[in-house]
Design a protein around this ligand. Sequence first.
Ligand SMILES: Nc1ncnc2c1ncn2[C@@H]1O[C@H](COP(=O)(O)OP(=O)(O)OP(=O)(O)O)[C@@H](O)[C@H]1O
Ligand SMILES: [Mg+2]
Ligand SMILES: [Mg+2]
Length: 527
Amino acid sequence: SRTANRLTVVRGSARCPTAAAAAAARDGRSKSKWMGVVGLEVHAQLCSNSKLFSGSRVQFSAPPNALVSFLDASLPGTLPVLNKHCVEAAVMTGLALNCTINKKSMFDRKHYFYADLPVGYQITQQRCPIAINGNLAYSLYVGRNRNHMIPKLVRIQQIQLEQDSGRSLHDDARSQTLIDLNRAGIGLMEIVMKPDMCCGDEAAAAVRELQLILQTLGTCHGNMAEGQLRVDANVSVHQHGRPYGVRAEVKNINSPRFLARAIDYEIQRQIDILENGGKILNETRAFDYKTGQTISLRDKEGKQDYRFMPEPNLPPLAIFDNETLSSNVNPQQVVNIDHIRELLPELPDAKRKRLVEKYGILAEHSFTLVNEDGLVQFFETVLEQTEANPKKVIGWILNDFLALLKQNNLSVNQSPITPPALAELLTLLEKGFISSSAAKQVFVELWEGEGKSAVQIVEQKELGLIQDHRKLEQICQRVIEDHPSEVSEIQQGNWKVLNKLIGQVQRATHGRAAPTVVKFILEKKLS
Ligand SMILES: Nc1ncnc2c1ncn2[C@@H]1O[C@H](COP(=O)(O)OP(=O)(O)OP(=O)(O)O)[C@@H](O)[C@H]1O
Ligand SMILES: [Mg+2]
Ligand SMILES: [Mg+2]
């Protein structure tokens, strides 16, 4: 079947080494000789209050055509003015992706005709983009339980600044197309990756990591469902040692999961064609998430001529660093690479490594922490304020805290439990003032949040372990008196029965007796 083949071939690709051997053994040579080649173009909407070349506001879900300046509507006589904040965001993204920032980049006009592009061209950076030659490190989880991590790297060819287009809304009932220009002119970064990936899983993992980096930088919100991050997947197949095949481009995929499915489908489609003596077309395709297939939109064979030309209304974009910044320019007026480098936050990869090294937690736990907005900070604030050790704390954060957040569909900063409250609870547990079952109970009470602290809850609900030696002795004495047959068994040497008596003491104290103390008292009394 197609599905079976697809799995074989994608996993069997020699560039996905983990599964290659197994797949080859299962299927013989003929199916595993093909390798997928994948290169992504990612369009990321820049976080900015205004558009790339006009002062129109950027806002989602505004009424159609409410955010359109004369320039966005392409009125004659209007001129583009570059938004400095967008340039800074692109430079910061370039630095985070280990790119070289071009001190001089250029804007070009790329011509094509579409109803949502009234001027007839898009301003983009074709010949000389703002950033080049970077890379993105990401991790691929493989294996049956996805618990084996393989570090991967994809090269970044370039990052270019460009404008977004408007949107066409098709009204089938009236067979009309309506145009909304709110999106027209919003700043985009096109992040172009080299064809270094080989399957859907790799592409999805790379995009997730990119998304996290952009969100950490604050240069793009990265919400794929809202179209802030859109991915075009270029896919081809070839045989080992042979030149790359012709690529098809699957446009505008808006989730990592669909990206993976679209790519794996496309690889198998191309293999099927080639195995049957056919030819791959250099075409643009779309992914239909309902059927899980890619479908042809238009072929590029008759190569669309974009008639690139320099944008005459924008001078070359000059960017400075400390060395090139001369004393006669106002630093407020220019973009300084060194200044932006200083503002770079700790990136997800560095953060994960630091968490593992500093606190001794598992690598996969560091991924979960970093993936959840605000969770690392929560974890570290708890650690600063508690005496419990990090390995215990991570368990509570990931199993109890995160589970309740997900159940209630809340983000970390909407949590009813604050870091100091959890820290206090875990200290009580660590010091042996409460049992772990009592701790779970306190945790739930904290979550329900009547503003009481862990200590107050423990006191009011009498959840504290009974440490008082005299009181415990009295209870143990009573249990001994009430269980003569067990006592005589123990005295005949059957010490296993002691557990039964310990259980009775716990029953009498509702689980609040310190177990080691109880054992010590009973042993002393019975020996
Ligand atoms: N043989 C190939 N197989 C798969 N991907 C490829 C192959 N050759 C190039 N690519 C990928 O195709 C993409 C080319 O993007 P680029 O922006 O340079 O050109 P384009 O797709 O022609 O332009 P446009 O921006 O108009 O879509 C890159 O992501 C690159 O990695
Ligand atoms: Mg491109
Ligand atoms: Mg493309």
